[in-house]
Design a protein around this ligand. Sequence first.
Ligand code: NAP
Length: 302
Amino acid sequence: MNASPQSAGSPTLNADVRSASGLWPILVDIARARRPGDVSTLPMDTLTWATDIGWQLQGRWDAQALELFDLFKPLLDFRAAGAAWVIAQLGQSLDGCVATRTGDSSFINGPENLLHLHRLRAMCDAVIVGAGTVAADNPRLTTRRVAGPHPTRVLLDPQLRLSGHLESAHVFNDGQAPTLWLCDARWRNEAVAQVGADRVLAVRDLLGDDTTPRLAHAVTALQSRGLTRLFVEGGGVTVSRFLAQRCLDRLHLAVAPIIIGDGRPGLRFEGPARLADCPRPHCRVYRMGPDHLWDLDLRTSA
Ligand SMILES: NC(=O)c1ccc[n+]([C@@H]2O[C@H](COP(=O)([O-])OP(=O)(O)OC[C@H]3O[C@@H](n4cnc5c(N)ncnc54)[C@H](OP(=O)(O)O)[C@@H]3O)[C@@H](O)[C@H]2O)c1
Protein backbone atom coordinates (compact mmCIF):
# COMPACT_ATOMS: atom_id res chain seq x y z
CA MET A 1 0.00 0.00 0.00
CA ASN A 2 1.35 3.37 -0.92
CA ALA A 3 0.57 5.08 2.33
CA SER A 4 3.12 7.90 2.36
CA PRO A 5 1.83 11.32 3.48
CA GLN A 6 2.96 12.92 0.24
CA SER A 7 1.22 10.44 -2.00
CA ALA A 8 -1.99 10.49 0.04
CA GLY A 9 -2.37 14.16 -0.84
CA SER A 10 -1.31 14.04 -4.47
CA PRO A 11 -3.77 15.59 -6.92
CA THR A 12 -5.42 13.49 -9.60
CA LEU A 13 -5.42 14.43 -13.28
CA ASN A 14 -9.06 13.60 -13.69
CA ALA A 15 -11.22 15.93 -11.60
CA ASP A 16 -13.97 13.30 -11.45
CA VAL A 17 -11.69 10.85 -9.67
CA ARG A 18 -11.47 11.55 -5.96
CA SER A 19 -8.33 11.00 -3.91
CA ALA A 20 -7.34 9.43 -0.59
CA SER A 21 -6.75 12.86 0.96
CA GLY A 22 -10.42 13.69 0.37
CA LEU A 23 -11.57 10.35 1.72
CA TRP A 24 -9.52 10.30 4.93
CA PRO A 25 -11.49 12.91 6.96
CA ILE A 26 -14.74 11.16 6.04
CA LEU A 27 -13.38 7.82 7.25
CA VAL A 28 -12.29 9.36 10.56
CA ASP A 29 -15.70 10.93 11.01
CA ILE A 30 -17.42 7.60 10.39
CA ALA A 31 -15.08 5.74 12.74
CA ARG A 32 -15.61 8.21 15.58
CA ALA A 33 -19.40 8.45 15.11
CA ARG A 34 -21.57 6.27 17.33
CA ARG A 35 -24.03 5.40 14.54
CA PRO A 36 -23.97 5.82 10.73
CA GLY A 37 -26.59 8.57 11.10
CA ASP A 38 -24.22 10.62 13.29
CA VAL A 39 -21.69 11.18 10.51
CA SER A 40 -21.47 14.91 9.88
CA THR A 41 -19.06 15.29 6.95
CA LEU A 42 -20.57 12.76 4.58
CA PRO A 43 -21.04 14.51 1.23
CA MET A 44 -23.67 13.09 -1.07
CA ASP A 45 -22.51 10.28 -3.35
CA THR A 46 -19.30 9.49 -1.47
CA LEU A 47 -20.26 6.63 0.84
CA THR A 48 -23.47 4.82 1.62
CA TRP A 49 -24.44 2.50 4.45
CA ALA A 50 -26.50 -0.70 4.17
CA THR A 51 -27.09 -3.07 7.07
CA ASP A 52 -26.07 -6.21 5.18
CA ILE A 53 -22.91 -4.96 3.45
CA GLY A 54 -21.80 -2.06 5.63
CA TRP A 55 -20.16 1.02 4.14
CA GLN A 56 -19.71 1.21 0.37
CA LEU A 57 -17.79 3.77 -1.68
CA GLN A 58 -19.76 5.55 -4.37
CA GLY A 59 -18.37 7.25 -7.47
CA ARG A 60 -14.85 7.14 -8.83
CA TRP A 61 -11.83 7.09 -6.52
CA ASP A 62 -8.15 6.71 -7.25
CA ALA A 63 -6.27 3.50 -6.40
CA GLN A 64 -4.93 4.83 -3.10
CA ALA A 65 -8.38 5.83 -1.92
CA LEU A 66 -9.80 2.43 -2.86
CA GLU A 67 -7.05 0.65 -0.95
CA LEU A 68 -7.40 2.93 2.09
CA PHE A 69 -11.12 2.22 2.20
CA ASP A 70 -10.60 -1.52 1.73
CA LEU A 71 -8.12 -1.68 4.60
CA PHE A 72 -10.27 0.25 7.08
CA LYS A 73 -13.71 -1.06 6.06
CA PRO A 74 -13.81 -3.74 8.84
CA LEU A 75 -13.14 -1.04 11.43
CA LEU A 76 -15.80 1.23 9.93
CA ASP A 77 -18.45 -1.46 9.63
CA PHE A 78 -18.37 -2.30 13.32
CA ARG A 79 -21.25 -0.34 14.84
CA ALA A 80 -23.01 -2.45 17.46
CA ALA A 81 -24.34 0.08 19.94
CA GLY A 82 -22.24 0.08 23.07
CA ALA A 83 -20.25 -3.04 22.19
CA ALA A 84 -16.46 -3.03 22.06
CA TRP A 85 -14.27 -3.76 19.03
CA VAL A 86 -10.57 -4.31 19.56
CA ILE A 87 -7.72 -4.12 17.05
CA ALA A 88 -3.99 -4.50 17.72
CA GLN A 89 -0.93 -3.78 15.62
CA LEU A 90 2.67 -4.94 15.99
CA GLY A 91 5.58 -3.90 13.85
CA GLN A 92 7.94 -6.85 13.71
CA SER A 93 11.06 -8.17 12.06
CA LEU A 94 11.13 -11.17 9.73
CA ASP A 95 12.12 -13.26 12.75
CA GLY A 96 9.23 -12.05 14.89
CA CYS A 97 10.89 -9.43 17.14
CA VAL A 98 9.35 -6.06 18.07
CA ALA A 99 12.56 -4.55 19.44
CA THR A 100 16.22 -5.44 19.99
CA ARG A 101 17.23 -7.05 23.28
CA THR A 102 17.94 -3.55 24.67
CA GLY A 103 14.42 -2.39 23.81
CA ASP A 104 15.36 -0.35 20.74
CA SER A 105 12.39 -0.34 18.35
CA SER A 106 12.78 2.99 16.52
CA PHE A 107 12.10 2.23 13.80
CA ILE A 108 11.52 -1.31 12.65
CA ASN A 109 9.00 -0.25 10.02
CA GLY A 110 9.10 2.40 7.33
CA PRO A 111 7.34 5.80 7.41
CA GLU A 112 4.33 4.38 5.56
CA ASN A 113 3.59 2.08 8.50
CA LEU A 114 4.16 4.89 10.98
CA LEU A 115 1.49 6.82 9.13
CA HIS A 116 -0.78 3.77 9.35
CA LEU A 117 -0.17 3.61 13.12
CA HIS A 118 -1.28 7.21 13.52
CA ARG A 119 -4.32 6.54 11.33
CA LEU A 120 -5.32 3.66 13.63
CA ARG A 121 -4.99 5.98 16.62
CA ALA A 122 -7.18 8.60 14.93
CA MET A 123 -9.88 6.02 14.17
CA CYS A 124 -10.06 4.56 17.67
CA ASP A 125 -11.48 5.95 20.90
CA ALA A 126 -8.58 4.68 22.99
CA VAL A 127 -5.03 3.43 22.45
CA ILE A 128 -3.72 0.89 24.97
CA VAL A 129 -0.05 0.16 25.71
CA GLY A 130 1.65 -2.07 28.24
CA ALA A 131 3.86 -0.80 31.06
CA GLY A 132 6.98 -2.17 29.35
CA THR A 133 6.36 0.06 26.33
CA VAL A 134 5.91 3.15 28.48
CA ALA A 135 9.12 2.33 30.35
CA ALA A 136 11.10 1.72 27.14
CA ASP A 137 9.69 4.31 24.72
CA ASN A 138 7.92 7.04 26.72
CA PRO A 139 5.46 7.33 23.81
CA ARG A 140 3.09 10.26 23.14
CA LEU A 141 0.39 8.17 21.44
CA THR A 142 -1.01 11.16 19.54
CA THR A 143 -2.09 11.52 15.92
CA ARG A 144 0.49 14.16 15.00
CA ARG A 145 1.18 12.63 11.56
CA VAL A 146 -2.45 12.69 10.38
CA ALA A 147 -5.55 14.86 10.60
CA GLY A 148 -7.88 13.48 13.23
CA PRO A 149 -8.57 13.46 16.97
CA HIS A 150 -6.18 11.99 19.49
CA PRO A 151 -7.41 8.86 21.26
CA THR A 152 -7.62 8.54 25.02
CA ARG A 153 -4.28 7.05 26.11
CA VAL A 154 -4.48 4.00 28.35
CA LEU A 155 -1.51 2.59 30.27
CA LEU A 156 -2.24 -1.01 31.16
CA ASP A 157 -0.36 -1.42 34.43
CA PRO A 158 -2.36 -3.64 36.83
CA GLN A 159 0.11 -3.49 39.75
CA LEU A 160 1.45 0.05 39.16
CA ARG A 161 4.85 -1.15 38.01
CA LEU A 162 5.31 2.39 36.62
CA SER A 163 4.80 3.87 40.06
CA GLY A 164 7.25 6.67 40.73
CA HIS A 165 8.30 6.84 37.07
CA LEU A 166 5.50 8.89 35.59
CA GLU A 167 6.76 12.43 36.32
CA SER A 168 8.50 12.48 32.94
CA ALA A 169 5.90 10.44 31.02
CA HIS A 170 4.74 12.43 27.99
CA VAL A 171 1.22 11.05 28.24
CA PHE A 172 0.79 12.58 31.71
CA ASN A 173 2.49 15.87 30.94
CA ASP A 174 1.84 17.00 27.37
CA GLY A 175 -1.83 17.91 27.83
CA GLN A 176 -2.58 16.65 24.33
CA ALA A 177 -5.28 14.12 25.21
CA PRO A 178 -6.80 12.36 28.23
CA THR A 179 -4.70 9.59 29.79
CA LEU A 180 -5.87 6.75 32.03
CA TRP A 181 -3.69 4.61 34.29
CA LEU A 182 -5.52 1.28 34.20
CA CYS A 183 -4.86 -0.80 37.30
CA ASP A 184 -6.40 -3.39 39.56
CA ALA A 185 -8.78 -1.86 42.12
CA ARG A 186 -6.43 -2.97 44.93
CA TRP A 187 -3.94 -0.31 43.80
CA ARG A 188 -6.48 2.46 43.23
CA ASN A 189 -5.58 4.66 46.18
CA GLU A 190 -1.89 4.56 45.40
CA ALA A 191 -2.56 5.48 41.76
CA VAL A 192 -4.92 8.32 42.67
CA ALA A 193 -2.33 9.75 45.05
CA GLN A 194 0.15 10.00 42.17
CA VAL A 195 -1.90 11.22 39.18
CA GLY A 196 -5.36 12.18 40.50
CA ALA A 197 -8.68 10.36 40.44
CA ASP A 198 -9.69 11.52 36.96
CA ARG A 199 -6.64 9.77 35.47
CA VAL A 200 -7.11 6.40 37.15
CA LEU A 201 -9.31 3.58 35.91
CA ALA A 202 -9.32 0.99 38.67
CA VAL A 203 -10.85 -2.35 37.72
CA ARG A 204 -12.07 -4.88 40.24
CA ASP A 205 -10.45 -8.33 39.79
CA LEU A 206 -8.32 -7.16 36.88
CA LEU A 207 -5.56 -9.40 38.12
CA GLY A 208 -6.06 -13.14 38.19
CA ASP A 209 -4.40 -15.44 40.71
CA ASP A 210 -1.36 -15.78 38.43
CA THR A 211 -1.03 -11.97 38.10
CA THR A 212 -1.95 -12.08 34.42
CA PRO A 213 -4.43 -9.29 33.70
CA ARG A 214 -7.94 -10.39 32.74
CA LEU A 215 -8.29 -8.31 29.65
CA ALA A 216 -12.01 -8.81 29.14
CA HIS A 217 -12.43 -6.91 32.44
CA ALA A 218 -10.27 -4.09 31.09
CA VAL A 219 -12.27 -3.92 27.86
CA THR A 220 -15.56 -3.83 29.79
CA ALA A 221 -14.28 -1.02 32.02
CA LEU A 222 -13.24 1.06 29.01
CA GLN A 223 -16.54 0.33 27.31
CA SER A 224 -18.40 1.63 30.36
CA ARG A 225 -16.54 4.92 29.85
CA GLY A 226 -17.83 5.09 26.24
CA LEU A 227 -14.49 3.94 24.81
CA THR A 228 -15.58 1.17 22.45
CA ARG A 229 -13.21 1.16 19.49
CA LEU A 230 -9.93 0.11 21.10
CA PHE A 231 -6.45 -0.03 19.62
CA VAL A 232 -3.77 -2.12 21.40
CA GLU A 233 -0.44 -0.73 20.24
CA GLY A 234 1.97 -3.02 22.05
CA GLY A 235 4.24 -4.28 23.16
CA GLY A 236 4.57 -7.95 22.41
CA VAL A 237 3.54 -9.19 25.87
CA THR A 238 0.40 -7.08 25.90
CA VAL A 239 -0.75 -7.95 22.36
CA SER A 240 0.00 -11.64 23.01
CA ARG A 241 -2.15 -11.58 26.13
CA PHE A 242 -5.04 -9.94 24.27
CA LEU A 243 -4.71 -12.56 21.53
CA ALA A 244 -4.45 -15.54 23.87
CA GLN A 245 -7.47 -14.35 25.87
CA ARG A 246 -9.49 -13.97 22.65
CA CYS A 247 -10.00 -10.28 23.25
CA LEU A 248 -8.96 -9.17 19.74
CA ASP A 249 -11.22 -8.79 16.73
CA ARG A 250 -8.45 -7.87 14.36
CA LEU A 251 -4.65 -7.89 14.29
CA HIS A 252 -2.34 -5.94 12.01
CA LEU A 253 1.16 -7.42 11.77
CA ALA A 254 3.52 -5.12 9.90
CA VAL A 255 6.47 -7.27 8.84
CA ALA A 256 9.65 -5.39 7.98
CA PRO A 257 12.58 -6.79 5.97
CA ILE A 258 14.97 -6.81 8.94
CA ILE A 259 16.38 -9.65 11.06
CA ILE A 260 16.95 -8.85 14.75
CA GLY A 261 17.94 -12.16 16.33
CA ASP A 262 17.74 -12.15 20.15
CA GLY A 263 15.26 -9.29 20.35
CA ARG A 264 12.08 -8.75 22.36
CA PRO A 265 9.49 -11.17 21.04
CA GLY A 266 6.28 -10.21 19.30
CA LEU A 267 3.54 -12.84 19.59
CA ARG A 268 4.32 -15.45 22.26
CA PHE A 269 1.79 -17.51 24.19
CA GLU A 270 1.05 -21.10 25.05
CA GLY A 271 -0.41 -22.45 21.84
CA PRO A 272 -1.96 -25.80 20.92
CA ALA A 273 0.28 -28.88 20.87
CA ARG A 274 -1.02 -30.01 17.48
CA LEU A 275 -0.51 -27.93 14.37
CA ALA A 276 -3.99 -28.93 13.26
CA ASP A 277 -5.41 -27.08 16.27
CA CYS A 278 -3.60 -23.80 15.58
CA PRO A 279 -5.83 -21.03 14.27
CA ARG A 280 -5.47 -20.00 10.63
CA PRO A 281 -7.35 -16.71 10.52
CA HIS A 282 -8.48 -15.17 7.27
CA CYS A 283 -5.77 -12.74 6.15
CA ARG A 284 -5.32 -9.92 3.69
CA VAL A 285 -1.89 -8.52 2.81
CA TYR A 286 -1.08 -4.90 1.96
CA ARG A 287 2.18 -3.46 0.74
CA MET A 288 3.32 -0.48 2.87
CA GLY A 289 6.54 0.91 1.49
CA PRO A 290 9.24 -1.65 2.42
CA ASP A 291 6.89 -3.56 4.73
CA HIS A 292 4.01 -6.00 4.33
CA LEU A 293 0.98 -5.50 6.53
CA TRP A 294 -0.89 -8.69 7.39
CA ASP A 295 -4.49 -7.91 8.32
CA LEU A 296 -5.84 -10.85 10.36
CA ASP A 297 -9.54 -11.32 10.98
CA LEU A 298 -9.51 -13.10 14.35
CA ARG A 299 -13.24 -13.75 14.43
CA THR A 300 -12.95 -16.11 11.46
CA SER A 301 -10.58 -18.95 10.60
CA ALA A 302 -10.10 -21.10 7.51
N1 NAP B 1 7.37 -2.86 17.20
C1 NAP B 1 6.25 -2.55 17.81
O1 NAP B 1 5.16 -2.58 17.20
C2 NAP B 1 6.28 -2.17 19.25
C3 NAP B 1 5.13 -1.59 19.83
C4 NAP B 1 5.20 -1.27 21.19
C5 NAP B 1 6.35 -1.51 21.92
N2 NAP B 1 7.42 -2.05 21.31
C6 NAP B 1 8.64 -2.39 22.07
O2 NAP B 1 8.27 -3.49 22.89
C7 NAP B 1 9.01 -3.44 24.11
C8 NAP B 1 8.03 -3.51 25.25
O3 NAP B 1 7.14 -4.59 25.05
P1 NAP B 1 6.98 -5.79 26.06
O4 NAP B 1 6.33 -6.87 25.35
O5 NAP B 1 8.29 -6.04 26.74
O6 NAP B 1 6.02 -5.16 27.20
P2 NAP B 1 4.59 -4.51 27.12
O7 NAP B 1 3.63 -5.41 26.44
O8 NAP B 1 4.68 -3.12 26.62
O9 NAP B 1 4.22 -4.37 28.68
C9 NAP B 1 3.88 -5.51 29.47
C10 NAP B 1 5.10 -6.15 30.02
O10 NAP B 1 5.98 -5.18 30.61
C11 NAP B 1 6.36 -5.60 31.93
N3 NAP B 1 6.66 -4.41 32.72
C12 NAP B 1 5.90 -3.81 33.64
N4 NAP B 1 6.53 -2.73 34.13
C13 NAP B 1 7.70 -2.66 33.53
C14 NAP B 1 8.80 -1.77 33.64
N5 NAP B 1 8.76 -0.72 34.47
N6 NAP B 1 9.85 -1.98 32.84
C15 NAP B 1 9.88 -3.01 31.98
N7 NAP B 1 8.86 -3.89 31.85
C16 NAP B 1 7.79 -3.72 32.63
C17 NAP B 1 5.14 -6.37 32.36
O11 NAP B 1 5.44 -7.22 33.43
P3 NAP B 1 4.29 -7.59 34.46
O12 NAP B 1 3.20 -8.26 33.69
O13 NAP B 1 4.97 -8.49 35.43
O14 NAP B 1 3.84 -6.30 35.08
C18 NAP B 1 4.79 -7.14 31.12
O15 NAP B 1 5.61 -8.25 30.96
C19 NAP B 1 9.78 -2.16 24.10
O16 NAP B 1 11.11 -2.45 23.74
C20 NAP B 1 9.11 -1.34 23.02
O17 NAP B 1 10.05 -0.48 22.38
C21 NAP B 1 7.43 -2.40 19.99
